[in-house]
Write a protein that binds this ligand. Structure first.
Ligand code: ADP
Ligand code: MG
Length: 676
C-alpha cells in the first residue's frame, strides 16, 4: 500500500463505504490520513467502579455478570450488570440489537461514557463498548458522515498508520528545526493516536503551521506576481471627471469623494493601482467605480466590471447605459446566458474597442474575451469571487489598474492576510437621508401580524421582499421553502401581484421578474438568497426573512441592505422559528445595529471557539485545522517563514520545495492561477 492508493484498497472498504468517505472528500489513503480528529476522549486511566464520580465521563473495565432485556415504554432495553474488583454498575442500552448480540455474559469489556445515578444505583447509558486491546490514552473522535461509524473510522485509521513514514516532508530539516516543528511521521502518529496531551499539542501545531504556511506562501506568490511587472499606465492628469460627477443628480458624500480622490491619484501615478474599496451595503460603491471607469474611458482605455450574479450585472448595465450614455461612452453586457450571436457581437465590440465599458458576470474572464486595450478591472462584491478569478480578470490586460469592491466588513487582522496586496479605501458614511431600518425579531406565531403590516405598506405604495432559506420543501431540513411561502402568500395577498424568484430559474425569467419588481409591477417578491447581493430597488421598503435563525449575521445584514435604499421608511422583520440561544442573540444584534462593521465584529465574537472561520466568504479555500481568528500567532510565524522561502526561491520551483508547491496547488485548487 502507498498513500496515493484509493481507499477501496483497504480491507472492508467497498463501494458503499467509499461513497460515505467521498462525502468527507476522502478518496485516497493520504486523504484519510489528513482527516484529523475533531476531539479526543481521555481514556488514559481506567477508573475503579468504587471511585466513579457522577456526571463525569470515565473509562471502566469490568466483567458482565448478568445480561437481560426488557421493555421500557415502547423501547427495548438491554441491561448489563458490570463489576470490577471494587464494585458494580448498571450499563443500559436502548433499542440496541447489535450490542445485545455482540456482548457475552462473563466476558470483560471496556466501557466509556458518562456516569449517572438512578435510584441510588450507578448507571452508564449507551457507553462506547469495546474489548480491551490494551490501547490507552487519548482516543480520537473523527468527523463522520452517514454510513460510517466512529469505530469503523478508528479501525481504518489504525490500518493505515503504517504508512505515515511514506508521507513526504514539506519543509527541509533545518527549517523544521529552526521553527521547532516536529517531523511529519511523529505529527501523524500523535494527531491520530496521541500518547499524551503534550505530544498532541506538538502534532496539532505542526499541522496548523503547515496549513497556514501553504496559505501564506500561496498568497504571497499571488502578490509577487501582481507586483512584479508593475509599471502602470499612468492616466493623463489633464482629463477630469467633474463633468461626470456633475451629471449624477446628487452630491457625493465626503467618504465617496475621498475614495475617488485616492483612486484617481493611484491611476495617474506610474504605478499600477491595486485598491480595495470597502463600504457597507448602500454606502454607494457603484458610483465610485463609475467615476474610475469614466476617467479610464476618457483617457482612451477600456474598463470592465465583474459582478457575482446575472441580476446584478444586468442592473449595473442598465444604470451604466443611462449614466455613460450622457457622455457618449458605449457600454456592453456579457453574461453566461446570452445567445451565441449576441455574445459574439459583444465580444467583437470589446475586441475592436468600440465597447469602452464592459460589465458582466464571470463570463467576462472567458478565454475568447479579448480587449483592445484594457486599462481598469473592477470586481464588485469581491468576496463572492476566488483569488483566482480576480487574477484571471487582471490577466486580460497589460498591467491594468485593479479596483475591488466589497461590502463584507473584514476584521483587520484578516484583511491584512487576504488583501495584503491591496491598498484600502473605506466608505464609512451613508448617503444623506437614509433612515435606520426598523428591525424586529418576530416569533413564527406572529406571522399574521407581519403580513398585515406588509399589506399596509403595500397599500401606501411600498414593495416587499420575503426571503426563504430553501427553494422547495425538503424532507431533511425543517425550514419553510420559497415555494411553500409563495403559495401561501398568493392566497393571503390575492389582490396584489405576488411573484416567486429563485436561483434555479432560467435567466430570462429571473431578469423579467427583477425588472418588473424594479418597475413597481410586483408588490411581493418571494425569493431565495439570490437577491442577497447588490440588488438596488429603492422603492422596496419591507424585508421579511423567514427562518431567520438559519442565516448568519453577515448574511442577514446583506439581505436587510436590500431595503432602506430610497426615501421610504423601511422595515425588516426576522421571523424566528425554534429558540436557539445563538439565533436569539443574532436577532438582538440585528435589532440594535445597522452598522456592518459592528455586526461583523459581533459575528466573530458569537462564533464558538473551534468553529472554523469562514474563509470561503472571502474567496479562499476552506481551512482544515487552522482557524484564522484563533491562530494569529502561528500565522505570523508562518508568514515570516513564507517570506524566507520566497526570498530563496521566488517561483517555488526548486526540488527542495516541490512538496510545498504541490500542497499549494492542491489547496488553491486545480485551476490554480498562481502561475507557480
Ligand atoms: P452599494 O455600496 O451597496 O453597492 P450602491 O452603489 O448600489 O450601494 O448605492 C445605493 C444607492 O445609493 C443607489 O441608488 C445610488 O444611486 C445611491 N447613492 C449613491 N451615492 C449617493 C449619494 N452620494 N447621494 C445620494 N444617493 C446616492
Ligand atoms: Mg453594490
Amino acid at each position: 500500500m502507498k498513500p496515493s492508493d484509493s481507499v477501496t484498497s483497504l480491507k472492508g472498504v467497498g463501494p458503499k463505504k467509499a461513497e460515505a468517505l467521498a462525502r468527507l472528500k476522502i478518496f485516497t489513503l493520504e486523504d484519510l490520513m489528513m482527516l484529523f480528529p475533531r476531539s479526543y476522549e481521555d481514556r488514559s486511566v481506567v477508573v475503579n467502579i468504587a471511585d466513579l464520580a457522577i456526571d463525569q465521563k470515565c473509562l471502566i473495565k469490568g466483567r458482565v455478570t448478568r445480561k437481560y432485556a426488557n421493555r421500557y415504554g415502547r423501547k427495548q432495553r438491554l441491561v448489563l450488570k458490570v463489576a470490577d474488583a471494587t464494585g458494580g454498575i448498571e450499563v443500559v442500552f436502548f433499542n440496541a440489537v447489535y450490542v445485545s448480540q455482540s456482548i457475552r455474559e462473563g466476558d470483560e469489556y471496556l466501557f466509556y461514557g458518562k456516569v449517572t445515578e438512578n435510584r441510588g444505583r450507578l448507571q452508564m447509558i449507551h457507553p462506547e463498548t469495546e474489548k480491551d486491546d490494551g490501547r490507552r490514552g487519548l482516543v480520537p473522535v473523527y468527523p463522520l458522515t452517514k454510513g460510517i461509524t466512529q469505530n469503523e473510522m478508528r479501525k481504518l485509521q489504525t490500518m493505515i498508520s503504517g504508512l505515515y513514514s511514506q508521507i513526504e516532508e514539506m519543509l527541509p530539516e533545518d527549517m523544521l528545526e529552526t521553527n521547532r516543528l516536529c517531523p511529519m511521521k511523529y505529527a501523524l502518529e500523535n494527531i491520530h493516536f496521541p500518547t499524551c496531551k503534550q505530544m498532541l499539542q506538538e502534532a496539532r501545531y505542526r499541522f496548523i503551521y503547515d496549513e497556514l504556511l501553504v496559505l501564506q506562501t500561496g498568497l504571497f506568490a499571488v502578490r509577487c506576481n501582481m507586483k512584479n511587472k508593475e509599471k502602470g499606465i499612468g492616466l493623463n492628469r489633464n482629463i477630469r471627471v467633474d463633468e461626470y460627477v456633475e451629471s449624477l443628480g446628487y452630491q457625493l458624500t465626503g467618504a465617496q469623494q475621498r475614495c475617488i480622490d485616492e483612486i484617481i491619484s493611484d491611476m495617474e501615478s506610474s504605478q499600477v493601482m491595486n485598491r480595495l474599496v470597502q463600504g457597507d451595503v448602500g454606502s454607494g460603491k457603484t458610483v465610485v467605480a463609475e467615476v474610475a471607469m469614466y476617467k479610464t474611458a476618457m483617457c482612451g482605455y477600456q474598463a470592465v466590471m465583474m459582478a457575482p450574479t446575472e441580476i446584478l450585472a444586468k442592473q449595473h448595465y442598465e444604470g451604466f447605459v443611462e449614466s455613460f450614455g450622457k457622455h457618449s461612452i458605449k457600454v456592453g453586457l456579457l453574461t453566461g446566458s446570452m445567445g451565441a450571436a449576441e455574445r459574439r457581437r459583444t465580444i467583437e465590440g470589446v475586441t475592436d474597442g468600440e465597447i469602452q465599458i464592459l460589465v458582466g458576470t464571470h463570463a467576462v474572464i472567458q478565454e475568447d474575451v479579448v480587449f483592445e486595450n484594457l486599462g481598469l478591472v473592477v470586481t464588485d462584491e469581491q468576496h463572492r469571487f476566488g483569488v483566482n478569478q480576480r487574477i484571471a480578470l487582471k490577466e486580460k490586460g497589460n498591467n491594468p489598474n485593479v479596483l475591488v469592491m466589497t461590502a463584507t466588513p473584514i476584521p483587520r487582522t484578516l484583511a491584512v492576510i487576504l488583501y495584503g496586496d491591496l491598498d484600502v479605501s473605506v466608505i464609512d458614511e451613508l448617503p444623506p437621508g437614509r433612515q435606520q431600518i426598523d428591525t424586529k425579531c418576530m416569533d413564527e406565531r406572529e406571522r399574521i401580524a407581519v403580513y398585515d403590516f406588509a399589506e399596509e405598506q403595500i397599500r401606501n405604495g411600498g414593495q416587499v421582499y420575503v426571503v426563504a432559506p430553501l427553494i422547495e420543501e425538503s424532507e431533511v431540513v425543517d425550514a419553510r421553502s420559497a415555494e411553500e411561502i409563495y403559495e401561501e402568500l398568493r392566497e393571503r395577498f390575492d389582490n396584489y401581484n405576488v411573484t416567486l424568484l429563485h436561483g434555479g430559474m432560467k435567466q430570462v425569467e429571473k431578469d423579467r421578474i427583477m425588472n418588473e419588481f424594479a418597475d413597481g409591477d410586483i408588490d411581493v417578491l418571494v425569493a431565495t438568497v439570490v437577491i442577497e447581493v447588490g440588488i438596488n430597488v429603492p422603492n422596496a421598503n419591507v424585508m421579511i426573512i423567514e427562518n431567520a435563525e438559519r442565516f448568519g449575521l453577515a448574511q442577514l445584514h446583506q439581505l436587510r441592505g436590500r431595503v432602506g435604499r430610497g426615501s421610504r421608511k423601511s422595515y425588516c422583520r426576522l421571523i424566528m422559528c425554534g429558540n436557539s440561544e445563538i439565533a436569539r442573540r443574532r436577532g438582538h444584534i440585528m435589532e440594535e445595529s445597522t452598522d456592518g462593521f459592528f455586526i461583523a465584529e459581533e459575528d466573530l465574537k458569537l462564533r464558538g471557539p473551534g468553529e472554523i472561520f469562514g474563509t470561503r466568504q472571502h474567496g479562499l479555500p476552506d481551512l482544515n485545522i487552522s482557524d484564522l481568528a484563533r491562530h494569529i500567532r502561528i500565522l505570523n510565524h508562518a508568514k515570516e517563514c513564507a517570506a524566507d522561502i520566497l526570498k530563496e526561491d521566488p517561483e517555488i520551483e526548486t526540488l527542495k520545495y516541490s512538496v510545498l508547491r504541490r500542497r499549494i496547488t492542491k489547496f488553491f485548487g486545480e485551476d490554480c492561477m498562481l502561475n507557480l
